[in-house]
Design a protein around this ligand. Structure first.
Ligand code: PLP
Length: 435
């Protein structure tokens, strides 16, 4: 047998294995847990993964090139760099703002960066890790995004950037925030971890700010297991991000390539001798946050399905919304900007009852009924144990953030959720409130 014939035989068996293994993967309400999030895949992902295993290239290679290209096409953004997580992508994005390659425009220790306290920790942590000062602003209940009036009044001469996630796939007012950035000469980083495919005024999220990030952790719109990407329209940011991602190196050769710059032994940089091998010249205190080709291989199959995933998420969201509208006496429903086209990650709900015990009772009831649920990330991040010794500024009241910490949760709407799951979640929630 030739290598190709053996490969075909292996892939045929892999396909057979996939179908046998997943023949009974239905989620039965009441019997199985309705997961709040989860991966949707079929034999295509398993075949790609097997092919990358047979390649045994391991580090980013042909699948990564294909994956980055497909992401770039879907997003309509020229530079897409894959990474090993959404958190790493955020670390790269904020670190990039500190690069000496930006000259006078680089962020320096102590500069202030505006964000929200009702955020995911690794949206905020890169600000702290880069010795910058996070400035926490309140959000609105319903959209769970930044309160624009408070954002405006928080800006002072130390403010240099805004770092915000589109909460649960719901875009914030990108036109207003872009205007604020322009008027005040601020960088904008859009954390689109939960918002792949969301739009604002018909433009994809991540295309408004200087740099944007996505997560491919299994809870997200598409998955590579662990994984993420960072994207930008700006060629200088692309070079800086790549450098920080790849050990801080100045050289931009692809793995396995050499002398892309055609002057590998002709550079004079830092205090190194002339001609020092460019492959070993470092422009930044960098990391190694690269994806593997096995992860990228899964991503290649996932990105092909993104339109159908988003469509199903939107359909599920609408059904949830129409049903839960009947419970408005007890809950605040999700809200979104009139120009926003969310690409929902989950269905957020806030109890009108301010007593946190009431939410705990509800979540325990969900647990009993096998209904998966999640809180809105860290609630008020300032109250988290790790923030105790962190230097930050809090601007204005965080009233809504505290309300979210006490009374908000979200339910699943991912593509594996079907109508009977939604009906079951609704009926049980109604029963709880009417008890
Ligand atoms: C808004 C936001 N940013 C960043 C991340 C981190 O992504 P990852 O888990 O891939 O590190 C998450 C994770 O869910 C997230 O929700």
């Amino acid at each position: 047998m030739t290598l190709l014939e053996i490969e075909n035989e292996i892939l045929k068996l892999v396909k057979k294995y996939y179908f046998l293994k997943n023949a009974n993967d239905k989620i039965e309400p009441g019997k199985d847990v309705i997961p709040v999030s989860g991966k949707s895949y079929n034999e295509k992902e398993v075949i790609n993964l097997t092919q990358s295993a047979l390649d045994f290239w391991l580090t980013s290679g042909r699948f990564n090139k294909e994956f980055e290209g497909k992401l770039s096409k879907f997003l309509g953004i020229k530079y897409v760099l894959t990474t090993n997580s959404g958190s790493s992508s955020n670390l790269l994005a904020v670190s990039a703002l500190t690069s000496p390659k930006l000259g006078e425009k680089r962020l320096l220790p102590g500069d202030e960066v505006i964000t929200v306290a009702a955020g995911f920790p690794t949206t905020i942590n890169p600000i702290i890790q880069n010795n910058l000062k996070p400035v926490f602003i309140d959000v609105d209940v319903g959209t769970y995004n930044i309160n624009i009036d408070n954002l405006k009044s928080a800006i002072n001469n130390k403010t240099k950037a805004i770092v915000l996630a589109h909460t649960l796939g719901n875009p914030y007012d990108l036109e207003e925030i872009s205007k604020i950035c322009k008027e005040n000469d601020l960088y904008l980083i859009e954390d689109c971890a939960d918002a792949l495919g969301a739009k604002f005024n018909n433009k994809i999220v991540g295309s408004f700010g200087n740099i944007a990030t996505i997560s491919f952790y299994p809870a997200h719109h598409i998955t590579t297991g662990e994984g993420g990407c960072v994207y930008t329209k700006n060629s200088l940011f692309k070079v800086i991000l790549e450098s920080f991602r790849d050990w801080g190196r100045d050289c931009y050769c692809e793995p396995g390539e050499e002398n892309t710059c055609k002057k590998r032994y002709d550079w004079l940089l830092g205090e190194l001798p002339h001609g020092y091998d460019h492959k070993y010249i470092y422009a930044h205190a960098g990391y190694n946050l690269k994806i593997t080709d096995m992860q990228a291989a899964i991503g290649c199959a996932q990105i092909e399905k993104i339109d159908s995933f988003i469509k199903k998420r939107k359909k599920n969201f609408k059904k949830m919304y129409d049903l839960f509208k009947n419970l408005e006496d007890y809950i605040y429903l999700p809200e979104w900007h009139s120009l926003a086209e969310p690409s929902w990650f989950g269905f957020p709900l806030t109890l009108r009852n301010d007593n946190p015990e009431e939410r705990t009772k509800l979540l325990k009831y969900y647990e009993e009924k096998k209904i998966g649920n999640r809180l809105l990330f860290g609630g008020n991040i300032i109250k988290q144990p790790y923030m105790k010794n962190v230097e930050y500024r809090s601007h204005g009241s965080l009233k809504n953030t505290n309300k979210i910490m006490n009374s908000t949760y979200w339910l699943g709407i991912h593509p594996r959720i079907e109508d009977d799951h939604i009906n079951y979640m609704f009926e049980n929630t109604k029963f709880f409130f009417n008890r």
